[in-house]
Design a protein around this ligand. Sequence first.
Ligand code: ADP
Length: 301
Amino acid sequence: MSISVSNISKSYKDQNALLNISFEIKQGEIVGFLGPNGAGKSTMMKILTTYLKPSEGSASVSGFDIDTQATAVQKSVGYLPEHNPLYVEMYVREYLTFNAQVYKIPKTRIEDVIKLTGLSSEAHKKINQLSKGYQQRVGLACALLHDPEVLILDEPTTGLDPNQLVEIRELIKTIGKQKTVFLSTHIMQEVEAMCDRVIIINKGTIVADKNLNSLIEENDQIVEVEFDYRIEEAFLLKLPNTVNVKNIHGFVYQITFNTATDMRPKVFDFAHDHELKILQLSRKNKDLESLFRELTNPSKP
Ligand code: ADP
C-alpha cells in the first residue's frame, strides 16, 4: 500500500476536524479526496505529510509510519499545499535550485522536473511573471524534485482559468502514470477528469469510497458533446433514447439517455449524418454528481 490510514481523528481544541478515518490507497492509483470546504481534506493531507500530528489513530506512507518514521515519510511524499508557497521574486530555475540544495538533490534532477512539468520555456522567468497555471507547475516541479513515490496535492486546480485547468489536469494525469496521487478538491468534475477512485468526506467522516467506473449507472447515462457552433436543444432530442438535453456552456451539451448501451457512437453518427462537427465527446458519471450532493448536502442533518 502507498497510503494506509487507520482510525485517524483530529481535533483543534474543541473542533473535531476528522473522526475515525480509515482508507488505503494502492501504488499507482489516482485518488480524489472530495468534500465541501471545511470537510477536513487539508487536515488529512497535513497529517499524511507529517505537518500535523493526529489526535488518535495511525497512518503510513510507502510503508513508513507517520509518527515514528517521519523523515522517511517526507522522503516518500511530494506535497503541493493549498496555498502554494512560492518565493515569487526568484527565477524558476533559481527557486528549484534553491530547493534542490536544501534537500541535497543532484542538479541534474532540476532539468528533469522542468521538462516533466512543461516549464522549459518559462524556466528563465521570475515566478511572479508567470500565470497562475505556470506557478502551479512550479509548485508541482518542487514537489517532484526528490522523485517521491507519492504525490499529495491539496486543491491543485483552485483559482485556475479553464485553459490552465485543463493543462494542469493533463499534467497530473501524466505524472500519475508513474506515481500514486492523492488529490483534494471540492469540485466533482475534477475527480471525473483525473481520478480512478473517489473518497468523499463530509464533516470529518468518510461518506463514500468508490471506483469511478462503478459509479456509472446501469440504465442512465450522460454524454457530453462539444460542437463547433450552436445547435438547438430540440434538434439533439431527435437522438434515440434521449431524456434531456442541456446546453452547459458555449457549444457544450449534456445529453441524458435512458439506456445502458454506450450512446457515444450514436451521437457521432448523428453528427456525421447532419454534417455537425464534434470537437469533444465523452461519457459522464451522472451518479457522482448526485452522490456528492446527497452525501454532502448541508441541509441534511
Ligand atoms: P477542508 O480542507 O476540507 O476545507 P480543513 O481540513 O481545512 O477542511 O478544515 C476542517 C475543519 O477544521 C474546519 O472546520 C476548519 O475550520 C477547522 N480547522 C482547520 N484548521 C484549523 C486550525 N488550525 N485551528 C482550528 N480549526 C481548524
